[in-house]
Each structure stands twice: as structure tokens, then as C-alpha cells.
Write a protein that binds this ligand. Structure first.
Ligand SMILES: [Zn+2]
Length: 334
């Protein structure tokens, strides 16, 4: 009986706080190692609505730490697999998978209407977009990140708390930050950080104040820091200046870090007619292309290409970003 599903949690939280969770709406952006732990905790706790957003497909190198996925999920969109797994865990909540790339053109639409946004991303571009949406809509969010054997977590709710830009004004330059590809990452380290983020989420959703410090734990070297939030507020959150949401760009082609390949992103994300495109690509490449759900996969010479309905493309092979950009413009148009 579902009546007892939340019994143990209700003893601790109290009936009102527990039942309040059923009417909450949370977006989990990024369903990698962090999202794989945050989302199940919230689903099992009975958060009434979860929107699960991720642009990626499950890859072999994810399985070491991304607990939602198994070998049979390789090549499938993470958001869809995640929704299936969480539905098995709790069929009484509303789960909406969204396979999408967050850009300035869709961030406001994708992240509006929630009681909380959980950061499960691995990049500052996305975090600064979340921060802008939070500033604009007054939605609280939880910044979380992990790398190597360490991680950080910081619950934010501007204007009641500082915003991300009060601490870091600009996203660090690409070469300045370690990534999972340069520093590696240990699964359990991400797991602790993500569980902590889920715990702070439960506080925020039940009306209890979250902790205010930026917490940094290096689990491998047994170091921990509780950093007091900056006292001075930046002009971005005080004047509601949303530079990242306001940024205009149409096409970006970048080398996939750690892998041989290129990612192409379009802004705002579009709506490709995959059936029409399939016919065109088959004529062009004289080889079969396969449409699977929201994806189209095939080969152009030695490169394996995946096109998504939202306009994004992944090219695995020797193609350079410049060449991939012109291939895309030629074939898909822009
Ligand atoms: Zn600020």
C-alpha cells in the first residue's frame, strides 16, 4: 500500500512536511553521476513532479559512477532511461524526461515553473544559465560539483542569499578548470556530494532553511572547508542582469573533451524533421541512416554522426570542429 511508502520519512519530517512534498516540482538538470543520485532520492521521497533534463546518451565510460544506468542502456538518452528507472522506484509521482541541450535560447522555458532546480551538470556554462533563471524567477537552486575525490555544494536562493556570480563573476576559462577528463572522478565522492545535495533539497522543499556555507570536501585527502558566503552582493543579482540568458549565438562546434569527436549545438534549439533528413542523408552518403526515437544515426565517411531532433549533433571520428561546422551547415542548414 502506498500509504506506508513514506512512513519512515514521515516519522522524521512530520506529516505536514512529508505530504507537502507531493505538491512540489523539481527540475534535475544533468543526469550524470550527480543527477543519478539526486533524482532517485527525490523520487523515492515522493517529490510530486520531477523534470529530468539531459542531452546525452549513455556511454560505456559513464557506468563506473552513473548509478541509474546499466549495460543494456548504452546508446539510449539518459533522460529517458532515468525516467524509466525512477518510475519503477515510484510510480505515483509525475516524471517528465526532457532530452535537450540547455542554451540561452531555451533555459528560461526549460527551467521555469519549479520550486527548486538541482544542478547535476558538469559545466559552468549551464550553471551560469541556471543562476540567471534563478535571479529572474526567484527559484532556489543547489550548486553541486565533483571532480577527482572532492566536491562542492552550495544551496542558493537569490535575493535571499548570494548568487553564484557573487562568488565567481565569470565562468572560468576552459583551460582553467579540471574536468572529469583531465582529473578523473571517483564514483563515491560524487555520490556523497549528490546525496548531500538531495538532503538540502528536502530541507528547502519542506520549508527548513538550508545550510548557508559553500561546503568543499576533499574526501581523498580528508580535508573539509566551510566557506562563509560573500557578504557583498553582485550587481547581477541586485539589478537582475541576466547576461547569460541574454547571450545570442546560433551555432557552436567544439571538440568533445577526452573523446575523438565534435559536438555541434544550435541556439535556440530547433526542431529537425528527422524523416526528411534521413532521406536526404541516405542519398548523400549512399548508406542507411537509422532513426531511433528523437535521434538519427549514420555515417559520413569514417565519421559516425548522431543528429538529435533539437538540432544538436555528435560526430565521432576524425572530423575537425571547423569541418563539422561546415558539414552541418551544408546538410542540415542553419
Ligand atoms: Zn549575485
Amino acid at each position: 500500500m502506498s500509504i506506508d511508502r513514506y512512513a519512515k520519512q514521515r516519522i522524521f519530517l512530520g506529516r505536514e512536511a512529508d505530504e507537502g512534498l507531493r505538491s512540489k516540482r523539481v527540475a534535475v538538470l544533468g543526469l550524470g553521476a550527480l543527477g543519478s543520485v539526486i533524482a532517485p532520492w527525490l523520487a523515492r521521497a515522493g517529490v510530486g513532479h520531477l523534470t529530468l533534463i539531459d542531452r546525452d546518451l549513455v556511454e560505456q565510460s559513464n557506468l563506473q559512477r552513473q548509478l541509474l544506468y546499466g549495460e543494456s542502456d548504452l546508446g539510449r538518452p539518459k533522460a529517458e532511461v532515468a525516467a524509466e528507472r525512477l518510475r519503477e522506484a515510484n510510480s505515483s509521482i509525475d516524471l517528465t524526461p526532457v532530452v535537450a541541450d540547455l542554451t540561452s535560447g531555451n533555459a528560461r522555458e526549460l527551467l521555469s515553473g519549479f520550486d527548486l532546480i538541482c544542478d547535476g551538470t558538469d559545466n559552468f556554462e549551464a550553471r551560469f544559465l541556471i543562476n540567471d533563471v534563478a535571479i529572474l524567477t526567484g527559484t532556489p537552486w543547489i550548486y553541486a560539483g565533483a571532480i577527482g575525490g572532492e566536491g562542492v555544494i552550495w544551496p542558493l536562493h537569490p535575493p535571499h542569499t548570494p548568487c553564484l556570480r557573487c562568488l565567481i563573476e565569470e565562468p572560468p576559462a576552459g583551460g582553467d578548470v579540471d574536468t572529469c577528463d583531465s582529473a578523473g572522478v571517483l564514483g563515491p565522492a560524487v555520490g556523497v556530494i549528490a546525496s548531500w545535495a538531495a538532503l538540502e533539497a528536502l530541507k528547502m522543499l519542506t520549508g527548513k532553511a538550508p545550510h548557508t556555507d559553500l561546503v568543499r570536501f576533499d574526501f581523498w585527502h580528508d580535508e573539509r572547508q566551510f566557506l562563509k558566503p560573500p557578504r557583498a552582493r553582485c550587481r547581477f543579482c541586485t539589478e537582475k542582469v541576466t547576461e547569460f540568458l541574454d547571450a545570442r549565438w546560433t551555432l557552436k562546434a567544439s571538440a568533445l573533451c577526452g573523446l575523438e569527436g565534435v559536438q555541434i549545438r544550435v541556439n535556440p534549439p530547433g526542431k529537425l524533421d528527422l524523416t526528411a533528413l534521413k532521406a536526404r542523408l541516405e542519398t548523400r552518403t549512399r548508406s542507411p541512416w537509422k532513426q531511433v526515437g528523437m535521434m538519427l544515426k549514420g555515417h559520413e565517411g569514417p565519421d559516425e554522426i548522431t543528429l538529435f531532433a533539437d538540432g544538436r549533433a555528435l560526430v565521432h571520428g576524425p572530423m575537425t570542429p571547423e569541418r563539422a561546422r561546415s558539414w552541418y551547415t551544408e546538410v542540415v542548414g542553419c
